[in-house]
Structures are given as structure tokens and as C-alpha cells.
Ligand binder design. Structure first.
Ligand SMILES: *Cc1c(COP(=O)(O)O)cnc(C)c1O
Length: 239
């Protein structure tokens, strides 16, 4: 193995152990939690290593980086998640490689994603990104729909051709009543998921938790954790 592959394999083993321990502590079967490795800022060669190590889900947050990387890795058996704030002028590109868009937070985006999915004959999975720092209405600092807007947006996605409503996603807020209270934030997301599933039983994905707080997310009931740094290392600069 190359040094880089050794390094990633060792990190993966540690992350896997953390997830397994968090599942055990919560009395949940390990299979209930899917690891998504966030590959933003890291090269296609790392994505290839991850696939060799058995990773099946990767996530990106900027189309400029993601599009060429996904193209370079199109031979790999990977599900690509888009987790960044998404401008409608990037939808054309993103819909070409993303299997799941986790950052759906407004009706204009639903319309654009639906049109592009239909044009390409693809079905796109959609998670509504929930802003827990936005109050009941309005939008979050880093995107996301306020809890009060979930029902309406979910109905739009569910009715949109080419789109599949898969569930909810959040990023633990840095401001507002949930700042520094990951467990409470993820608990709130779970309650919102329970409400959502009354009208949309199949929308059972709950994407929460990153390198620093995956244990809290698993404890709360997350089905998907998004881990970057703990697998690939500290990213240089922003990202
Ligand atoms: C970067 C990112 C992650 C991963 O964060 P780490 O702290 O590196 O694990 C998860 N979710 C989103 C939306 C991200 O942008």
C-alpha cells in the first residue's frame, strides 16, 4: 500500500470504531448508520483510495471541485452526495453527477433540480437542509430552511418530477439557541424527521454529524454521518 492509502486506512479504522461504539452505546445496530466521506478539497486519487477501502458514499460541497472529480471517478461504484449551498446556475452541472442533493432549502432550487433531472432522465434524491439557527421562519446563516418551512418544501419536492424526497439534513449551528449544543440540535432534527415521516413515510434519511460530533448524531438517531477531516486530514485553508 502507498503511504497515503495506509494513512487513510488507519483513519477509516478509527472512524469506523467511533461509529461502532456510538451505535453500541445507543443500542442501535451498526447497519443503521451510513458513513459518507466528505472529499471536498481532496484529489480524485483519494476518492479512488476510499473506494478501494470499501467506501460507497462520498460528498462534495463546491461544484467547481466536484464536477471534474466525479468525472475522473465515474468508473467507481460510488454514490455522490452534494452537501454545499447550491446556486441555481450550478444545478445543471450538479444534476449530472450527484445522486443525492442534501442542501435543498428553497422552492427555486426544487424547480431547477426537477427540470434538470427530467431533462437528463435521472432521479435525484433530495434532503431538505434544515437551519436550526434560523428561528421558525427565514433562512440559516449557512443556508437551510427554517423548521416552519419544511412541510411546504417537502410537499414541493414530493410532487416534483424527477425528484425523490429522502429526508432531512442539518449542520450543527454555530449561533442561536443550539450553538454548542449538538445533542439538542440533532434531537430537534429527529423530532422534525418524525413529523416529516407522518406525511412522507419513505423520507427516512437523517443526515447529521461530522468529524467532531458524529457520536452525538448517532446517539440522536442519525442514519447518515458526513465525515471529512477525521478520514482525510485537516483541510488546507477554507472548505
Ligand atoms: C465539510 C463538511 C462536512 C465534514 O466536516 P468535517 O468536520 O471535516 O468532518 C460535513 N458536512 C458538510 C455540509 C460539510 O460542508
Amino acid at each position: 500500500m502507498t503511504d497515503r492509502k495506509d494513512e487513510i486506512a488507519a483513519n477509516m479504522a478509527r472512524v469506523e470504531q467511533r461509529i461502532a461504539e456510538a451505535c453500541a452505546a445507543a443500542g442501535r445496530p451498526r447497519e443503521e448508520v451510513t458513513l459518507i466521506v466528505v472529499t471536498k478539497t481532496y484529489p480524485a486519487s483519494d476518492v479512488r483510495v476510499l473506494a478501494e477501502l470499501g467506501v460507497r458514499h462520498v460528498a462534495e460541497n463546491r461544484d467547481q471541485d466536484a464536477a471534474p472529480k466525479a468525472a475522473a471517478c465515474s468508473d467507481l461504484p460510488l454514490t455522490w452526495h452534494f452537501v454545499g449551498q447550491l446556486q441555481t446556475n450550478k444545478v445543471r452541472s450538479v444534476a449530472g453527477y450527484a445522486d443525492v442533493v442534501q442542501s435543498v432549502d428553497r422552492s427555486k432550487l426544487v424547480t431547477a433540480l426537477s427540470r434538470e433531472a427530467v431533462r437528463r432522465g435521472r432521479e435525484l434524491g433530495c434532503l431538505l437542509q434544515v437551519a436550526l439557527d434560523a428561528g421558525e421562519s427565514g433562512r440559516g446563516e449557512r443556508g437551510g430552511v427554517a423548521p416552519g418551512g419544511i412541510e411546504e418544501l417537502a410537499a414541493l419536492v414530493a410532487a416534483a418530477p424527477g425528484l425523490r424526497l429522502d429526508g432531512l439534513m442539518t449542520v450543527a449551528p454555530l449561533t442561536g439557541e443550539y450553538a454548542g449544543r449538538q445533542r439538542a440540535a440533532f434531537g430537534r432534527l429527529m423530532d422534525l424527521s418524525t413529523d416529516l415521516r407522518r406525511a412522507h413515510p419513505a423520507a427516512n434519511m437523517v443526515s447529521a454529524g461530522m468529524s467532531a460530533d458524529l457520536e452525538e448524531a448517532v446517539a440522536a438517531g442519525a442514519t447518515h454521518v458526513r465525515v471529512g477531516t477525521a478520514v482525510l486530514g485537516v483541510r488546507p485553508g477554507l472548505g
